[in-house]
Design a binder for this molecule. Structure first.
Ligand SMILES: [Zn+2]
Length: 54
């Protein structure tokens, strides 16, 4: 069983953070956050580059 969590943090001034075992969930939530809160379209590819394992 893989216990590694994937995590994406937004800008520290924003404070948004999402983490899950499911990396698609993490990238998906981070992408909708960027779009809704920051009017930024970030590709899944770019989000994956910001993803960390914790
Ligand atoms: Zn944010």
């Amino acid at each position: 069983m893989d216990k590694t969590m994937n995590k994406i943090e937004c800008d520290p001034s924003c404070g948004f953070m999402v983490q899950s075992h499911d990396e698609k969930e993490v990238t998906g939530m981070a992408m909708s956050h960027a779009k809704n809160m920051h009017k930024m379209d970030v590709s899944e590819h770019d989000m994956r580059k910001r993803m960390m394992s914790v």
